[in-house]
Design a protein around this ligand. Structure first.
Ligand SMILES: CC(C)(COP(=O)(O)OP(=O)(O)OC[C@H]1O[C@@H](n2cnc3c(N)ncnc32)[C@H](O)[C@@H]1OP(=O)(O)O)[C@@H](O)C(=O)NCCC(=O)NCCS
Length: 172
């Protein structure tokens, strides 16, 4: 568990499935997150959560629910080790649309990166789909810079279509 001024980050539990589906089921959220299908049912959240114990045990994936005292679960974040980036952690996140613009993604990201740094991680990578200016802004606020590398990632919410990604890194 990671605590910030306004947020508690904690592992998601099956009781969160309906809420996760409600928030990430919004295409305006799902369209920017490559791994999220659309439409999204609570069962999708349960299937996803069933993979978490293995990811944590292997130290490859650390998904955390972003929660507030007033609204409960408002988003998700996580660190995911990427073999294609030499085992660096990639940070990912989404915030439910009703909660955009409050600084939650930045506050959660800052705390998660500090947590990882305290465990010896130094550099981080992230990618966002071309056109996702808000995510680029969050990553910039977190100290990431564009590398100029463009790539392609399949978007499940776009029926598996490949979409252009922009790579950013936070040097150690
Ligand atoms: C990207 C996302 C996580 C941002 O969450 P958030 O809690 O609103 O982010 P923050 O409030 O911490 O910061 C957002 C910043 O982007 C800016 N922003 C928002 N929309 C923007 C836009 N269309 N163009 C440019 N900047 C934008 C905000 O002004 C803010 O910057 P500021 O603090 O300098 O004013 C949220 O919009 C989201 O979940 N989007 C869909 C999923 C997604 O994109 N996930 C990331 C995949 S790489």
């Amino acid at each position: 568990m990671i605590t910030t001024e306004r947020l508690i980050l904690r592992p998601p539990v099956p009781a969160d499935a309906v809420r996760i589906a409600e928030l990430v089921g919004d295409f305006e959220v799902a369209r920017w997150v490559s791994t999220v299908p659309h439409p999204y049912a609570p069962e999708d959240a349960l299937t996803w959560m069933a993979t978490h114990d293995a990811g944590r045990a292997a130290d490859t994936d650390n998904p955390l629910a972003i929660t507030t005292a007033a609204d409960g679960l408002v988003g998700m974040t996580g660190l995911h080790r990427k073999p294609e980036y030499g085992g660096l952690f990639e940070i990912g996140y989404w915030i439910g649309k009703p909660y955009w613009g409050r600084g939650y993604a930045t506050e959660a990201g800052r705390a998660l990166l500090a947590w990882a740094e305290a465990r010896g991680e130094t550099a981080f990578v992230s990618r966002h789909f071309e056109g996702n200016a808000a995510s680029g802004k969050v990553l910039t606020k977190l100290g990431f810079v564009y590398t100029g590398e463009r790539g392609l990632l399949r978007s499940r919410a776009h029926a598996g279509a490949e979409m252009v990604t922009l790579e950013m890194r936070r040097p150690g």
